[in-house]
Design a protein around this ligand. Sequence first.
Ligand code: MG
Length: 165
Amino acid sequence: MKYRIGQGYDIHRLVSGRPLILGGVTVPFELGLEGHSDGDALIHAVIDAILGAAGCGDIGTYFPDTDDEWAGAPGEELLRRVLALSIGWRVVNVDVTVVAEAPKIAPHRETIRDNLASILGIDADAVGIKAKTNEGLDAVGEKRAIACFAVALLEQNDAEHDEWL
Ligand code: MG
């Protein structure tokens, strides 16, 4: 059995007039994440972790922010498209750290976890969602941005087709 691990990172600015979407879940807050897409930094980090594990570039390779097709695109849809690209690989687990001074992520952790598990087609216990603050330091600590780190493990489940489209 062949395994591959990948890591991903993303950061988006917090701005007014946008919904805050993390892991495909709308989190009530007065600010939201700016971006060409829906700004879902959590899912973007997970996508990069999966693409990194597959050795298939990064999120910008498939969804360039210069392409109008992806304007406002839900992270959830981008993740589903990335999963559809994989032939012969499946996600074993993902682990995510969300760094946000505000809002509190903990009350939404289970919802985000269940949603991500459902998109990835894995059990909820194979999805880790951890929340940290930045102790008031830097842009994240000043509530001007939210950053996310992710790792993903892929398992080859079909040796005949260990490639990506
Ligand atoms: Mg992003």
